[in-house]
Design a protein. Sequence first.
Length: 263
Amino acid sequence: MTEKVIQNNANSKYAINKYQYKAFDDDNQLEPDKPTLHKPKQMDSYESQQPQNECITHDEPISQNHAETLLKKIDELSTSLIKMEMQMERQQADFNARLEEDKKRAYDDGFNAATTEFDSSYKAKCDDNDKMLSSSIKKLEETASNYETKMTDIEKELAKTAVSIAEQVIKKEVSENSSKVALSLVRELLTKLKEASKIKLKVNKMDAEYLKNALSAESKVSIEEDDAIQRGGVIVLSDVGNLDGNISSRFLKVKEDLLGDHD
């Protein structure tokens, strides 16, 4: 609360008069060419004896009630100013609070929007990467499949080449040593006919003499010449079963096992 200039208990010590303005009448206007001389106001004996700080005289004195009314209005004005200041402080605090809320809301909205955009972008990139990965895997699988197909073709070609080489080697061996080849086949086939009591061998006439000499100790074996039998080959007939030891037949079986065809 604002402190009063003159306290109520000190009003009796002062003579407070209302200040008034006085105007000059037309008749009393000063002439421009004549300077006006003011005589100092002569103080009476009573006024000269009063202390200067305690004597404030005016034409019309202000009543004590009027002074108290003025002081009261000053107090009310001070109170109003204080209330206005407090109200402004509250409004400023409310404004700051709303500003912080708006900042937080704007930050949250921006963060959420950025997160959504990032998630969408990240998902799109992941989808693209998945598509690229799937495409790469598909290409690798196709390449692997083509590779396996080529390897199978190569294996077949190698088998065919091996069979062809073997055929040439066998033909050469048979042409040079057909009797030995026939004897080797006969010994192999006889191991499968140990239970037989009677065995007949049909061989090419070019191999017959050699086989008779080589198998002379085999009493249950007889040899018969047959021009239908290829050189180096043999057909075995027995009481427990027959075996085909012809070179062409055996080679055809091996070829079928390797190549799976009947060429």
